[in-house]
Design a protein around this ligand. Sequence first.
Ligand code: UDP
Ligand code: MG
Length: 318
Amino acid sequence: MKKISVIVPCYNEQEALPFFYKEITRIADMMNENEFEFLFVNDGSKDNTLNILRDLSKKDSRVRYISFSRNFGKEAGMYAGLENSTGDYVAIMDADMQDPPEMLPEMLKALEQEGYDCAATRRTNRKGEPPIRSFFARCFYRLINKMTTVEIVDGARDFRLMTRKMVNAVLSLKEYNRFSKGIFSWVGFKTKWLEYVNRERVAGETKWSFWKLFLYSIEGIIAFTTAPLAIASVVGFIMFVLSIVYAIFIVVKTLIWGDPATGFPTLVCIMVFIGGIQLLVMGILGQYLAKAYLETKSRPIYIIKETEKNNSNDNDYI
Ligand code: UDP
Ligand code: MG
């Protein structure tokens, strides 16, 4: 009997969790040829999430949980889940039911009968999302796919079912700045894409502000491509060529017409322009340097405070 681990990162999900638990157990009961493990990762919630998880784990032996010492972000939550899961197949799913649990049987079929290593999902539309957010999301996917050879699929969710082999591959990438959409694609393996129409979350509200998403997208670009550095070098080179052409032009102009004192506004414009480009390039360099700095510190990706086996509050650091 194959075991399926369902990893659920939760951050302030007290409203959604009861719905989610009801639905996932319904699906698990339907798929009775498989053993299940529900591994909830409490990502430093400030509401009642941890208490709900404690209760669920007492009631249902399939429920396990990991509780972080603070909020480490969804990426850390997913990594912790993958690292602590024990199943032959591992699924990652949001707690808000935007990732429909009823797709699990179809995903399992792709792995068991169709020879795939991973069944991933993408939404075909972005209904219920602010239009400006969708617009920037589209721009981001277009941009990142131009700059990197790793394919980042537009509309791809983190919702997926993977074989143990693929999970181990994902876990072997131990970087601190994690961008899972890229990591899942980078490790390779055969992935089947299942599509579904976007759903709105069942309760509670989204944890992603526009600003958070923006920073996450920069993270993605920096983690998966050094193209901005190359662009910076090219821009520098073009500026260099232009400046030589312009210098020649000025010399020739002065020789023919004399009049060396005019052109002050031009000078100011050029100075501001070059100053701007220099700052931009330094900013790009700085971003890469900052990420490299964080990586070299090699801090743990997450810190566990409590699990279902150890909820007496004696700290269990990893
Ligand atoms: N989440 C998390 N840590 C965070 C933010 C979010 O574990 O810092 C979880 C959240 O509980 C949910 C999932 O990640 O299960 C997706 O979050 P959300 O629904 O807010 O994102 P959206 O679906 O709006 O992109
Ligand atoms: Mg959601």
